[in-house]
Ligand binder design. Sequence first.
Ligand SMILES: Cc1ncc(COP(=O)(O)O)c(C=O)c1O
Length: 340
Amino acid sequence: MQTCLASLENAQYGVAFSSGLGATTTLMHLVNPGERVVLIADVYGGVYRMTSQVYEPKGYLFEYVPAEEFPNLRGRLDERTRIVWIESPSNPLLNVVDIRAAADAAHDAGALVVVDNTFATPYLQRPLALGADAVLHSTTKYLGGHSDVVGGFVATNDPTVAERLRFLQKSLGAVPGPFDCWLVLRGVKTLAVRMREHCANARRVAAFLDGHPAVERVLYPGLESHPGHEIARRQMRDFGGMISFLATSDEEAVELVARTRIWKLAESLGGVESLIEHPARMTHASTADAPFAAPGNLVRLSVGIEAADDLIEDLADALAAGRVATRVAGVGETGDSRSA
Ligand SMILES: Cc1ncc(COP(=O)(O)O)c(C=O)c1O
């Protein structure tokens, strides 16, 4: 499996782990206490939980840079910075970072660049070709593709990094089981077909949500209005299957995610079935005290490969029910009912 996944990233070396977080913690062992890691601010909540609650108390230094400040990344790096950690598109805000520019800045400062390519997959984006030193995957997601496996993976072309990761893989022990490796190998056989469907469906769902009266803003790099759209066009083949959007209120976001029927309310992502979730209470609850806490009215969608018409109809019904509920509540509160 290591050889197969490395080849997808056009990498010479691949190291497999028991989970995406297993891969993450192993990469963090390239860093020593007193050294810095600079991360994109809206990093996956589980990574933030690890950096803030496991490694920071041990003396590791972390700085979180918002995506819009990445053009000024050089100013945030110093001689203690060991890794620049990027998610592009990021989880959950779907921010996009210019990987080549970030790699140039990081290398000038003597730091390694790690790109978490879980959202894009190697079908849509090859970070090593853009200058990254290591690419990380939660194979739990698109590479597995069927929500029935937990795994992680790191690809690199750097022999020193590869050798150290192999040693750490063996020494720390976050290794995958053989059946899980088999499931991932089965999954990648359909990666290209699945990704084309995820992208096509996401494009239609994003277009439906964009401008919907019950949606404040859609975060999808495929929309021309997205601030990272041009960069995404340059460094990705297509825009992926993840969409986030802002509902009209925190309460409506919480209720909306429980109202859909085809979109299942669940964490995780990247499987063939569509999922909906509320990051502030679920995947990103651990960012609640961070300056970049997931907004309370944020809803995240993992767009599956079902019929796009069905997915849109389900969302349309769920959003409409919210508007009716708001109107009814409004009538109750103000007594301002002219028609009834
Ligand atoms: C972008 C990203 N990276 C890493 C992880 C961690 O992966 P795992 O759940 O396999 O530990 C996740 C999990 O949601 C993720 O979304």
